[in-house]
Design a binder for this molecule. Structure first.
Ligand code: DMJ
Length: 466
């Protein structure tokens, strides 16, 4: 997601993964590089190890259950689509795990048949995970089957947009029957489309995908309140809001991200105007200093009145987006707010109330957002602080989540040791392992100066082919 990015390898790392920020002299820079590269090797080894477990226990299935040694499906219990393979493609490429990448590509080429899924799938999840993963895989490998699968899936999703009277998509579709359902939708699911659909439009020279995604964004913008705030949930047939609370939290979060991305990826000035207008209102009405820290509360879209100080770990991504959109000071302060939560908990809890300073949901679904923001702030500023924070989180997550067959979700971060569940989330393959690796490795396959990563970590610009 970075419009401009740069490399900076001038920091150091304490042996315990602490937060030492040190300006290094030229003489010690080599030692620091070696340390970071050791960290990168460790991340890569974890992915390779988990891949072997996935092959052994779950090959072709959507998710690995690393504790029980089983598997589960994300979209349709009766029809696996190799979700973890699709999500892993780009990560395997950047890590130079070329044999594993070739196995993954082969599986997609020989087995993927998303049109056979006979269940109601979410347009949003299908787009960011499947379309995004396949497009990124195509850009990394040039394998045409990945592109044609991405297009086939986008064609399954497209009627959700074109059949909608407002242009905002229906929420779900059954790929097998084509039946469309869900006339009440949330902003993240309406507006997290343009990066993948726009990239597809470019690659296949067909503007329909980009146009549908932009029309959906416009339809939301046009329904903003006089305060320039948007709500959370809307009836996509009538255009009436069904939840009028304005928030940066999910299920709105990546709606804002993809407005910025419409500008970043496609230089669309109109979409940038929508991002700037809505973000100014968020900063005016939802940002607050609380307990000496910068946070964002939920507000009523009509009055701007405070609704709640409960927030979500997923919202920590917003620190990076603020930086990218030109509000670096706020983005850095917001990342520090999340870093301070780690003074209390070993990992960030799913739900957090900054008004009371307590976890409202003690789980941790192996989430990438805090590291995502660190990655983007590091690319933007070159500050070693963000690589240090990312490494610190790597150490924490590994300590809590690593089990003999890979990494798993945590069900309670408030206990010591943290309690674990039994799932390697699909996005683990696409997101944080890639962010960590790219921050530590100095990868020759990634353009650190000019790149774009989707909300699911799919690299859609900045792939250097080898
Ligand atoms: C990912 O699937 C995406 O980042 C999405 O936008 C919201 N967060 C999850 C992972 O936590």
């Amino acid at each position: 997601m970075a419009p401009f990015s740069r490399r900076a390898f001038l920091g150091t790392l304490t042996a315990a993964g602490g937060l030492a920020v040190t300006g290094l002299s030229a003489g010690t820079a080599g030692a620091a590089d070696r340390r970071w590269h050791r960290a990168a090797d460790d991340v890569r080894a974890e992915v390779r190890h988990a891949w072997r477990s996935y092959k052994r226990f779950a090959w072709g299935h959507d998710h690995l259950l690393p504790v029980s040694g089983g598997h589960s499906e994300f979209f349709d219990d009766a029809h696996p689509v190799g979700l973890s393979i699709v999500e892993a493609l780009g990560t395997l490429y950047f890590m130079g795990l070329d044999d594993e990448l070739a196995e993954g590509v082969r599986w997609v080429r020989d087995n993927l048949a998303f049109g056979e899924v006979n269940a109601d799938v979410q347009v949003f999840e299908t787009n960011i995970r499947m379309v995004g993963g396949l497009l990124s895989g195509y850009l990394c490998t040039g394998e045409r089957a990945l592109l044609s699968n991405a297009r086939e899936i986008a064609d399954i999703l497209l009627p959700c947009f074109t059949h909608s009277p407002t242009g905002m998509p229906y929420r779900r579709v059954n790929p097998s029957t084509g039946e469309i359902t869900g006339n009440v939708n949330v902003l993240a699911e309406i507006g997290t489309i343009i990066a993948e659909f726009g990239t597809l439009s470019r690659l296949v020279h067909d503007p329909r995908y980009f146009d549908a995604a932009k029309k959906a964004q416009r339809a939301v913008f046009d329904r903003r309140s006089p305060l320039d705030l948007v709500g959370t949930e809307i009836n996509i047939e009538t255009g009436e809001w069904t939840d009028t609370s304005a928030r940066v939290d999910p299920p709105v979060d990546s709606f804002f991200e993809y407005l910025w991305d419409g500008w970043d990826l496609f230089h669309d000035r109109e979409i940038k105007h929508w991002y700037d207008t809505l973000t100014a209102a968020v900063l005016r009405r939802e940002e607050e200093r609380y307990g000496g820290r910068l946070w964002f509360h939920r507000a009523d879209m009509a009055t701007g009145d405070l609704v709640s100080r409960e927030t979500s770990e997923l919202t920590s991504f917003y620190a990076g987006l603020l930086g990218q959109g030109g509000h670096l000071r706020e983005g850095e302060a917001y990342h520090s707010s999340w870093a301070s939560v780690l003074d209390t908990y070993a990992l960030l809890p799913e739900g957090y109330d900054y008004g009371t300073g307590t976890a409202t949901d003690p789980g941790n679904q192996l989430r990438p957002e805090y590291v995502d923001a660190a990655f983007n702030l590091w690319l933007l500023t070159g500050k070693e602080l963000y690589r240090e924070r990312a490494y610190d989180y790597y150490v924490r997550q590994k300590r809590a989540s690593r089990v003999p067959n890979g990494w798993t979700i945590v069900t309670d971060v408030t206990t010591s040791p943290a309690k674990v569940g039994d799932l390697t989330s699909g996005y683990w393959w696409a997101e944080q392992m890639k962010y960590w690796y790219l921050m530590f490795a100095d990868s020759p396959r990634f353009d650190y100066r000019n790149n774009y990563l989707s909300t699911e970590g799919a690299v859609l610009r900045g792939v250097i082919r080898h």
